[in-house]
Ligand binder design. Structure first.
Ligand code: AMP
Length: 366
C-alpha cells in the first residue's frame, strides 16, 4: 500500500514511522526539499501550484492525506480529483478559516467563546462590544501556534490592534479566563466506526503547546461525554475519515471549543508510547479502511515539546524513562524540534522535566 502525504513536517514523519511497521510505503509532497520527512520516503519537493509535480505525487497512490491544514485548497482539490483524499476537503476549508470554523461549530450547537468578525478598525472596535474586554484578535487565515494574534485589553487599543495584525480580516474573540485547556482526539473510518482517545490536558505559553498530559482524571463524566459528543457532531457533519483533534477551554462545568485540526495533532504525540494504538497508526488504518485499534491509554502519559534549541541527545537519553523524538529540523526560535514522552510513574515528573529543560537549555521559553 502506498500513502501520499501533503506536507513533510514532523507529523508526516511520525505517520511514516507508524506506517512502516505495517508495510505501508509513503510519498511526501512539500515545497521545502529539506523537510523533516528527509530520507523517510519519496519526497517530491515542489511548490503547491506545480500541477505536473502534484500529478506525479498522485500517480499510483492508494490514498492521499495531509499533515498540516494550510495546504492550499487548489492543490488539495487537484489531488482529490485523481486519488481518494482523506480527511474530506471540506474539513480543510473549515479549519483554514477561523471565522468559518467558529460559525461551523455554532451551526452544530457546539459552544464557543463569544466572537465577531471585523474587516476594519471601526468594525474591530464594534466587535469588542460583542466580545467584551479583554479580547483576542486573530487573523482569519494562516494563523497557528499563536501567530497572527493580538490581545486587546482596552477599547482604545482597537486601531493599534488592527495595525498589529496587518490590517487583515480578523475574528475577535472573548478572551476566556479558562481553568484549563483540554483536547479530544478521535478517529473515524469509512464505515462510520469511531474511536476516541482519553481527554488530554494541555499547557500553552506564548500560543505554543508546551506540555500535554493524559488521561485527564479529575473530569466529570458529563464533561468527557460533551467533548466526545462535539467531536462526533463534527465527524458526522463532515462525513469524516481519519484523525481529528478538537481543542477546548474548560471554564467550570462549561466546555468551549477553540479550534479543530483535521489531522494528527501535537497533543496526541503521547499516544505513540502511551496508548494501545497511536494516533498516527489509527489515522493510517482509518484512511486505508483497515480495522482501527483501541484508543485507550496504557497508563499515565505526559509529553513535553522541545522548542527552539535541541538539548544534546546524550542528555535527553539520560532522563529516566524518557522516550525521545527528534524531528531532524534545524533549531530556530519558537520551532518545535522534538518531544519527550514519559509513561507510567515517570509521567508525574513531567512538570519538573519541563522546568529542567527550560532552565538548562531555554527549551520551551524561546
Ligand atoms: P490558537 O492558535 O487559536 O489555538 O491559540 C493558541 C493559544 O492561545 C490557545 O491554546 C490558548 O492558550 C490561547 N488562546 C487562543 N484563543 C483564546 C481565547 N479566545 N481565550 C483565551 N485564550 C486563547
Amino acid at each position: 500500500m502506498r500513502v501520499g502525504v501533503l506536507g513533510g513536517g514532523q507529523l508526516g514523519r511520525m505517520l511514516a514511522l507508524a506506517g512502516y511497521r505495517l508495510g505501508i510505503q509513503f510519498r511526501f509532497f512539500d515545497p521545502n526539499s529539506g523537510a523533516p520527512v528527509g530520507q523517510l520516503g519519496e519526497l517530491i519537493a515542489a511548490p503547491y501550484d506545480d500541477e505536473a509535480a502534484l500529478a506525479r505525487f498522485c500517480d499510483g497512490l492508494d490514498v492521499a492525506t495531509y499533515e498540516f491544514e494550510n495546504v492550499p485548497l487548489d492543490a488539495a482539490r487537484f489531488v482529490a480529483e485523481r486519488v481518494k483524499l482523506y480527511p474530506p476537503i471540506q474539513s480543510l476549508e473549515v479549519a483554514q478559516h477561523r471565522l468559518k470554523e467558529k460559525e461551523f461549530f455554532s451551526s452544530l450547537g457546539i459552544p464557543t467563546p463569544k466572537y465577531a468578525p471585523a474587516n476594519s478598525a471601526d468594525e474591530l472596535a464594534h466587535a469588542l462590544g460583542v466580545t467584551g474586554i479583554p479580547a483576542v484578535v486573530k487573523t482569519v487565515t494562516m494563523g497557528y501556534d499563536g501567530k497572527g494574534q493580538v490581545v486587546v485589553r482596552d477599547r482604545s487599543a482597537a486601531a493599534s490592534a488592527w495595525d498589529a495584525v496587518g490590517k487583515r480580516a480578523v475574528i475577535v474573540e472573548e478572551m476566556v479566563a479558562f481553568d484549563r485547556e483540554l483536547s479530544m482526539i478521535g478517529a473515524r473510518d469509512n464505515d462510520g466506526r469511531e474511536v476516541y482517545y482519553p481527554l488530554i490536558e494541555n499547557e500553552h505559553s506564548d500560543g505554543i503547546l508546551r506540555v500535554s498530559r493524559a488521561p485527564v482524571h479529575d473530569v466529570s463524566l458529563q464533561l468527557r461525554g460533551a467533548a466526545e459528543d462535539y467531536v462526533r457532531r463534527i465527524f458526522e457533519k463532515l462525513d469524516y475519515i481519519g484523525v481529528l483533534a478538537v481543542e477546548f477551554f474548560q471554564r467550570g462545568s462549561e466546555l468551549l471549543v477553540n479550534e479543530m485540526a483535521p489531522r494528527v495533532h501535537n497533543s496526541g504525540h503521547w499516544t505513540i508510547e502511551g496508548a494501545r494504538t497511536s494516533q498516527f497508526e489509527n489515522h493510517l488504518r482509518a484512511i486505508l479502511s483497515l480495522p482501527m485499534g483501541e484508543a485507550d491509554a496504557i497508563g499515565e502519559a505526559a509529553m513535553v515539546n522541545l522548542i527552539g534549541e535541541t538539548p544534546p541527545l546524550q542528555e535527553l537519553l539520560s532522563i529516566p524513562g524518557a522516550h525521545v523524538h527528534l524531528y531532524g529540523k534545524a533549531a530556530t526560535e519558537r520551532r518545535k524540534v522534538g518531544h519527550i514522552t514519559l509513561v507510567g510513574e515517570s509521567a508525574r515528573n513531567v512538570g519538573t522535566l519541563a522546568e529542567t529543560l527550560r532552565r538548562a537549555f531555554g527549551t520551551g521559553t524561546r
